[in-house]
Design a protein around this ligand. Structure first.
Ligand code: F6P
Length: 363
């Protein structure tokens, strides 16, 4: 049923940023404005709701500088650490911030909230919405593309473009120096970025967490490339790939957090040792998140922003917008949270790569 009443809706970005978030915000604000509704941008994810007065501002299409569609990052700011129900305090203790956040939502007098996030953010927002009795819809964003029930999330296409372009830049220098170049990319526990960029960037070896490898098989592939008369090699490795012994490559940060990092150097050292080929490593890191969005991300983001407002118009809540079969649909947000999506090792892209002779270093 369509609800015609004038509404005041909140919108926030949560979790790691990515390209296309501003395009989502723009799409939602334009459509809501057409409906005569007011949109309140909540700053710094749920953490803006902890401040008094709440950190939020009304968003009008007229306030956008014609460039918002093209801009990376998020004009609202975001937060990907600390937690809500068990927020880590500086002294190491945990605190439940949920009541203060829910009070913040009530102070804003919102009819519903659009949360732009990944599975972790959605799980927190859903829990908050249930506890606080407010309504929400979700828009999937993550460069990792690991959220279930949608073919693609905002930010993935741009991250793949950046990684592919990095390979385009690594190839000439690899060829000039007879080197094997290893590109380490993000993606958390899913190898989607490495797989897509690896195919698009014409690599010899793709290493993803979903396919166990042996160093021997990677070395054999590099040796065969050389035997075939090519003087360079390209390898792409996903950050969550483990060492051959099954250890995670991680780094501890000064704030106590542990993040992926280092598998590229591990592979490079081993390959150097085993093949004698000179190796170099590039860790792409947050460069994958900070670019201007590709046209695909802009389209997806805009369509998602509009559809999320439409869901609220129809009074459909606890839904996540989703891309499926060339259109936007919506699914139960709880189903999406529960359906973590790693690479399908029997899927089209893995088959395509194999058909090209790309090695996954399979055990
Ligand atoms: O989930 C997005 C992501 O970019 C991952 O690919 C990566 O492992 C992580 O976030 C990095 O987090 P941070 O921004 O805290 O360094």
């Amino acid at each position: 049923m369509t609800e015609n009443k004038k509404k005041r809706i909140g919108i926030l970005t949560s979790g790691g940023d990515c390209a296309g978030l501003n395009a989502v915000i723009r799409g939602a604000v334009h459509y809501a404005d057409q409906l005569g509704w007011e949109v309140v941008g909540i700053l710094n994810g749920t953490h803006g709701l902890l401040h008094r007065p709440v950190k939020a501002e009304v968003l009008n299409p007229d306030d956008f500088d014609g460039n918002i569609l093209r801009r990376g990052g998020t004009i609202l700011g975001t937060m990907n650490k600390g937690g809500v129900f068990d927020h880590k305090m500086p002294d190491g203790s945990s605190k439940d911030l949920s009541d203060d956040i829910i009070e913040g939502v009530k102070l804003l007098k919102l009819d519903a909230i659009i949360g732009i996030g990944g599975d972790g953010s959605f799980a927190i927002l859903q829990k908050l919405a249930k506890k606080g009795g407010f309504k929400m819809v979700g828009i999937p964003k993550t460069i990792d593309n690991d959220l279930g029930k949608t073919e693609v999330s905002v930010g993935f296409d741009t991250a793949v473009m950046v990684a592919s372009e990095a390979l385009d830049r690594l190839q000439p220098t690899a060829a000039s120096h007879d080197r094997v170049m290893i590109l380490e990319v993000m993606g958390r526990d899913a190898g989607h970025i490495a797989l897509s960029a690896g195919i698009a960037g014409g690599v010899d070896v793709i290493l993803i967490p979903e396919i166990p490898y042996t160093l021997d098989n990677i070395a054999k592939k590099i040796a065969s490339v050389k035997e075939d008369g090519r003087n360079f090699g390209l390898v792409i490795v996903s950050e969550a790939v483990k060492t051959e012994e099954g250890e995670k490559a991680q780094q501890s940060f000064i704030d106590g957090q542990v993040r992926y990092g280092g598998i590229g150097q591990y592979i490079a050292d081993k390959l150097y040792e085993m093949t004698g080929s000179e190796t170099r490593v590039t860790v792409l890191g947050h460069v994958q998140r900070g670019s201007a969005p590709t046209y695909r991300d802009r389209l997806l983001a805009t369509a998602f922003g509009v559809h999320a407002v439409d869901l609220i118009k129809q009074g459909k809540y606890d839904r996540m917008v989703s891309w499926s079969n060339r259109q936007v649909i919506d699914v139960a947000i709880d189903d999406a949270i529960a359906a973590y999506q790693q690479v399908d090792i029997d899927g089209t892209l893995v088959k395509t790569a194999r058909a090209l002779g790309v090695s996954f270093g399979d055990k």
